[in-house]
Design a binder for this molecule. Sequence first.
Ligand SMILES: *Cc1c(COP(=O)(O)O)cnc(C)c1O
Length: 410
Amino acid sequence: MKPMGPIPPFFAGEEGMLLIGGCGAASLVEEAGDTPLFVYDMGIVEGQARAFRDAMPAALSLHYAVKANPHALLLERMAKLVDGFDVASGGELARALEAGMDAAHISFAGPGKRDDELIVAIDSGATINLESEGEARRAIALAERRGRTPKLAVRVNPDFDLKGSGMRMGGGAKPFGVDAERAAALARRVIEAGGEWRGWHIFAGSQALGAQALIETQAATVDLAARLSEAVGAAPPLVNLGGGFGIPYFPGDERLDIRPIGDALGGMLDRRADILQDSAFAMELGRWLVGEAGVYLTRIVDVKKSQGETFVVVDGGLHHQLAASGNFGTVVRRNYPIAVANRFGEASAEDAVTVVGCLCTPIDRLGDKVALPPVEEGDLVAIFLAGAYGASASPAAFLGHPAPRELLIG
Ligand SMILES: *Cc1c(COP(=O)(O)O)cnc(C)c1O
């Protein structure tokens, strides 16, 4: 048997049926029409947003990183729940505007923005987080031709990283942002060219579960923003401190207590350098807001044996939930929390089983030698932590199976 990550504390069973937002998993499948199905419980997302507001300094804005989950109905609800959206493509920008988010509160980061994407950002009034000097040159020229003032922030590749983060996106040679030592010069060029300089975007990493590492990174980020601003000789309207709050996916992981982070950040902002006195501050979070709110439900099609091992074959797979198969940014494959939704809370069978998807490839493994109750065809398997980097981050076209259904509740 191999261990699995902890089931998020929001889920319980009633008479053996997993409840999601107070509804039985089987009736949610009925409502949606069929499996495989992603269910997103907005009640959980709202609880996370509330916890953020309670713990963090009142002046800190909460932005949602749309790439975590761009489902249209979820974005509409998020637009009312958070203060801004961070998008990373022209497609996400279009979805953010469609969801009703004011362009004044949208920032557009990401390498390789094409001219047509820059034009939509310029025309709509969204802020472009510049990833390079070349991108700045193109954005300024395009805006000039259109007779508009572009809103431009500088994304900084910081000279430090977020320790313990699952995905490092700063420190060292990176395709993201401009190196810290060139950032002030780029901001000056934006101002001299007549652009509206919006400030700094400093994103050091993702999926961190250590409060102390996050506190140290935020301290270094506020410090870097102050030094860079002094070098520019202008106060940044906005400092985006990045994000990095993680969620527990794997055995031994624990939920992050953000209260000490909020206390520490409050102190840092109270003591901030003069040049940052009038600046606004924001954090951008993806998975921490939505990851735990999603459950992927998939039905058992076959139960078979091979050389003494039991394989439980489901109608979903890595084409919908790549991350649970261990093929999305993890080095070692570990088990996501997984349960049998219609036998929730039942004692597990003596022998572990391996849950595989319906794709004809050995990497389509959703649960490796996991302890589950005895199962049969037709049972519903629930894979947790499916609210972020699930449906939109998986190779849906691989093998030609249908797209998953998605249901928003709460
Ligand atoms: C992906 C990304 C995020 C969101 O990361 P999470 O780990 O989901 O919170 C935030 N900011 C930027 C710049 C990103 O690229």
